[in-house]
Design a protein around this ligand. Structure first.
Ligand code: T1G
Length: 708
């Protein structure tokens, strides 16, 4: 039977200690349970309590073995992110873990929930590891721009070999129990009762000499496998420093003793901690968790949504249907006629077949998800839905007609959402009784893959509808950001300014390939012209033609895309656009370059060459300036929300933290100087955001507006 020995914080450990470690004994086994909600982070108090408990156990004759486990939903999420960037406080985690490893009495770690970062490293210091069936373990530090800093880069390769270790450290991916066992990362998977089995395991080790990972040699790697992994990590690092440092440190575990490798790791850890890349990634981690927290929504209970109707089974509609099916919702997919419905179903099936082929899901999962799909052409059936999302043609007239139809079909309490990416929500809301249940759910294509969801709040959208949308976003595992209504909402509004600035540079002497190369060097996955080719230039052309009649003739407008389309250069699908495509490979086309040059000369503007840095500065300034307007107008609640949108929906490099965070790093004064130059040059197409000027005048920063 278990008997409670002490709780850290009670008499024997001194008054000052918070109760973050519960200690009791099961026969000869002392059990230490980390209890530091919400995720048992290895905060200073936890490190102190764990170190004291392990030390004390050494001299307790009745204790012969130790088990370390976690309370609540997770073993530990690792280092306490709120302590990052502050001076480290003793005891340091590497020392605590070294002490665990040196324990004369065997130590077993019981992993449940997630054992991440420092939580995984505690396990590597222990003598045996057991994991719950549904437990996950990993070293995700790289996602925060860091590396494991408590021995992980040195002990993991010694345990599972350098190739697998580098894979886990450089990707930061979590592995489940089965894979952990296969890799040799755990000694056992608990059959049933993790705690009891961990205690049993510890009991079986009593009296035996315990191996220390730090004294072991890293097993030699197959040279080709090692090189292949190094190449993969370098390829995928794309400007990020942490994965590259991981290669260096895991390599050191092959040649250097732990006593040298560990201090090297610690140095790298602090260097990275102070890097802009890690600051950017940590900013996004916190921004993601803050995005859904709105003071006005505190205490508002989201509605229960189970049955979702999706109207329109085109690319967006079918992707949205799959996103909801994947999250366990029942989905009704509506099309106007049988042929369109069948085409939509084929799309849904195609998405699932791709998921099977890539190993993301198995056949049973596919069948289970499809069992929740009800395809139909009968609009009347929508009455059974808790939420209806329209994903039909992007045309106000068509959408208004649909809203009128829905008004007659649905009860006034059914939530109604539009997936429009540009159109004004207010006229649609006007067409509905009870407009407070209406809002925008702007998904990004492919909707079942892309992480971003813009929740668009119309003037009358209720708190309940917003809270429900946020809860849906969480269930869909999306990063949901609330936007007010404006042309293009947060993301497309900034994208429009970004693209315009790129086209303006074409008129001043830059070439598409130079702009793309500069922006790819900045960290964008693809340059803006290559992206347009991928999406198809005809879409922009159609929109331009639609807007031509109402365009202000004084506004700076670049018509090059019209010329390309007139020549049938619709982008990748036509084999030519801003570039020519040879066997799928993009190559600059002299014909386009002379067309661009001819247009540029005809504008009468001064022609000059651009450095990559100048291109990047102009693009960034255009984005940040528009972002500042969006925040200033209250369309986005915080600059950090703008960062989340650009990083998760538009390929802005996450290690730069998003445009607003990056602007803070560069200094807003510098951005304002470039913005003022731009305003002088671009006339009506550009004005400096008042908020940006205010912040510079008050020596403020976007960060100060993030709160949280
Ligand atoms: N430190 C402090 N707070 C944390 C935290 C952490 N490591 N992880 C999560 N939280 C907070 C989070 O801000 C939120 O707070 C709440 O917990 C719930 O999180 C030397 C030093 C564990 C998979 O990178 O991946 O170890 O918003 O909303 O979706 O090598 O959180 O409620 O106020 O995310 O269930 C490495 C990061 C650290 C893990 C849970 N560890 N965390 O996901 O809940 S570096 C990580 C996660 C390290 C050593 C170094 C996830 C999760 P609030 P949540 P979730």
């Amino acid at each position: 039977m278990s008997n409670e020995l002490s709780a850290a914080g009670e008499a024997d450990l001194g008054e000052a200690m918070p109760e973050v470690l519960r200690v009791w004994r099961d026969g000869e086994v002392a059990v230490f349970e980390i209890d530091n909600p919400p995720v048992n982070a290895t905060s200073q108090s936890v490190r102190r309590a764990l170190l004291d408990a392990v030390q004390r156990a050494q001299s307790e004759p009745e204790t012969k073995a130790l088990v370390i486990c976690g309370a609540g939903r997770t073993f530990t999420a690792g280092g306490d992110i709120s302590e990052f960037g502050k001076p480290p406080r003793e005891p340091h985690l590497p020392d605590v873990i070294n002490r665990i490893e040196e324990s004369a009495k065997p130590v077993v770690v019981a992993w449940h929930g997630t054992a991440l970062g420092g939580g995984c490293e505690i396990g590597l210091g222990a003598h045996k590891r057991i994991i719950a069936k549904d437990g996950l373990v990993g070293l995700p530090e790289v996602k925060l721009g860091l590396l494991p800093g408590a021995g992980g880069t040195q002990r993991l390769p010694r345990l599972i070999g350098p190739v697998a270790a580098l894979d886990l450290i450089a990707t930061g991916r979590m592995v489940g129990a089965e894979e952990a066992l296969r890799l040799g990362l755990v000694d056992a998977i608990a059959r049933d009762d993790l705690r009891a089995e961990a205690i049993e395991l510890a009991r079986g080790l009593i009296g035996q000499m315990q191996p220390r990972l730090s004294l072991r040699n890293t097993p030699a790697a197959e040279p080709e496998a090692w090189q292949a992994m190094v190449d993969k990590v370098n390829r995928e690092a794309r400007g990020r420093m942490a994965p590259q440092r991981a290669i260096e440190l895991v390599s050191q575990s092959l040649t250097l003793p732990f006593s040298i490798g560990q201090p090297n790791e610690r140095r790298a850890f602090f260097e990275l901690m102070n890097s802009e890349q890690s600051r950017g990634l940590r900013h996004l981690f916190l921004a993601e968790r803050e995005a859904g927290k709105r003071p006005e929504l505190a205490g508002v209970t989201p509605r229960d949504v189970r049955q979702v109707g999706v109207i329109g089974a085109g690319t967006m509609g079918s992707g949205i249907a799959v996103a909801f099916l994947d999250a366990g919702y029942k989905v009704m997919l509506i099309e106007a006629d049988d042929a369109a419905l069948q085409a939509g179903l084929d799309r849904v099936n195609g998405l699932y077949l791709r998921s099977i082929r890539s190993g993301r899901i198995d056949e049973n999962t596919r069948l289970a998800r499809l069992a929740n799909l009800a395809p139909t052409t009968e609009m009347g059936r929508l009455a059974a839905c808790d939420l209806v999302i329209e994903a039909i043609f992007e045309d106000m007239g068509v959408k208004l007609e649909l809203m009128k139809k829905l008004a007659g079909l649905l009860s006034a309490s059914t939530l109604i959402a539009t997936n429009t990416s540009y159109l004004d929500l207010e006229p649609m809301a006007d067409a509905l009784p009870a407009p407070e249940r209406f809002l925008g759910l702007h998904f990004f294509s492919p909707a079942h893959v892309m992480k971003l969801l813009e929740i668009v709040r119309a003037r009358r959208t209720s708190h309940e509808a917003l809270a429900t949308a946020l809860a849906i976003g969480r269930k869909l595992k999306k990063i949901a950001v609330i936007s007010g209504v404006c042309e293009g909402f947060i993301g497309n509004r900034i994208l429009a300014k970004f693209r315009a600035q790129c086209e303006f540079m074409l008129e001043e002497g830059a070439l598409p390939r130079e702009i793309d190369a500069a922006m790819e060097a900045f960290g964008l996955a693809m340059g803006p012209f290559a992206v347009q080719d991928l999406a198809g230039l005809d879409i922009a052309w159609a929109r331009r033609k639609r807007l031509a009649a109402t365009r202000d003739p004084n506004e700076r407008d670049v018509p090059i895309v019209d010329r390309l389309c007139e020549l049938g250069r619709f982008g990748q699908k036509a084999g030519k656009g801003w570039y020519t495509y040879e066997n799928g490979r993009r190559v600059p086309d002299p014909a386009v370059e002379s067309l661009v040059r001819a247009h540029a000369t005809a504008t009468g503007r001064r022609q000059r060459s651009f450095s990559a840095q100048e291109i990047q500065n102009r693009v960034l300034t255009a984005m940040v300036n528009e972002g500042a307007k969006i925040v200033g107008e209250g369309i986005a609640a915080r600059p950090a929300d703008v960062d989340l949108v650009l990083v998760n929906g538009y390929g802005f490099p996450n290690w730069r933290g998003g445009p607003m965070h990056h602007a803070d790093m560069l200094g807003l004064a510098k951005i304002v100087v470039i913005a003022e130059e731009t305003a002088a040059r671009d006339g009506q197409a550009f004005s400096v955001a008042p908020l940006l000027k205010e912040l510079v005048a008050s020596q403020g920063s976007f960060a100060a507006l993030n709160g949280g």
